[in-house]
Write a new protein. Structure first.
Length: 289
């Protein structure tokens, strides 16, 4: 498209691609090297500084995936329903009995450890209690016998130890930006803190004489515009870091540094630990990072 002298929005030159823009940015910055150790409640959104290798399997022990009745697969009903004595009751967080007599079932709940020798769980909705009541309406009172239907496959409704992650397996790779589910995974390993990269720190220079700063923020001058660029930039940086600072600089104080395109503007900010640089012309509303 040809450049039109009376159309400021028309542009016929080559456009900078997103990939090229990202390459320009990454060639001029370096990754944050400092490491923070934070609690898991502070870890969401932070960047993991080192690999996390599973110190234990997940789940850590074989457990029931449902509320129901556990049985040994070798004793599963094949052609018709059968009644089994209920030998014990195992809740999540409690220990399983060390031994269960042959042809006995165990009342079990989701997350409870499987008793030794039992490897299959019937959902409570699929069984009948000895009085003919469906166990789906279980009142919490155990009965002496439970009637189990035929056709359930061996190992059903059981979560083996290490089914999700085996001990020694890479769980989270360094450089991962932690999400809530990642934090939950770290907690499942029994860890209470995690090593993350220090958050980036950003200083935004808001320039131009069209606005002045008051204790309540920006106000519009009679001959100026309401500034929006500053708030847009600050909101974007607050999205990725909670350490975004703002410095208001009068335009006349830095204009002279940009009269020549070849001249660099440098401003040392010890509290941000870096040199702020830009080597192009500044205009009002432009932020220098």
């Amino acid at each position: 498209m040809a450049q039109l002298s009376d159309d400021c929005f028309a542009f016929g030159g080559p456009m900078l691609s997103v990939d090229d823009a990202v390459a320009m940015i990454t060639s001029r910055v370096r990754a944050v090297e400092e490491i923070d150790t934070v609690t898991l409640t502070e870890a969401d959104g932070r960047t993991l500084a080192a690999d996390i290798v599973a110190p234990l399997p997940l789940p850590p022990f074989t457990n029931s995936a449902v509320d129901g009745y556990a049985l040994a697969s070798r004793e599963l009903p094949v052609t018709q329903a059968e009644a089994f004595p209920v030998a014990a009751r195992v809740r999540a967080g409690s220990a399983a009995p060390e031994q269960v007599a042959p042809r006995h079932a165990v009342r079990i709940f989701t997350g409870a450890p499987m008793p030794k020798g039992l490897d299959t769980v019937f959902m409570q909705e699929d069984v009948q209690l000895d009085a003919g009541q469906n166990a789906g309406q279980d009142t919490g009172q155990d009965t002496n016998h439970v009637v189990l239907p035929p056709g359930l496959k061996a190992g059903a409704n059981v979560r083996p130890a290490g089914e999700d992650i085996a001990a020694g397996e890479l769980a989270l790779r360094a450089g991962t930006r932690l999400r809530p589910q990642d934090v939950a995974l770290v907690a499942a390993f029994g860890l209470t803190t995690v090593a993350v990269r220090r958050r980036i720190r950003v200083a935004v220079f808001s320039t131009g004489e069209v606005n002045i700063m008051t204790t309540d923020g920006f106000i519009m001058r009679e001959d100026g515009f309401i500034t929006t660029g500053f708030h847009n930039i600050m909101a974007a940086f607050h999205h990725i870091t909670r350490e975004c600072g703002h410095i208001k600089v009068a335009f006349r104080h830095i204009t002279s540094a940009f009269l020549d395109n070849t001249q660099d503007f440098r401003f040392n900010m010890p509290e941000f630990g870096n040199i702020i640089r830009n080597d192009c012309h500044l205009t009002p509303e432009m932020a220098v990072l």
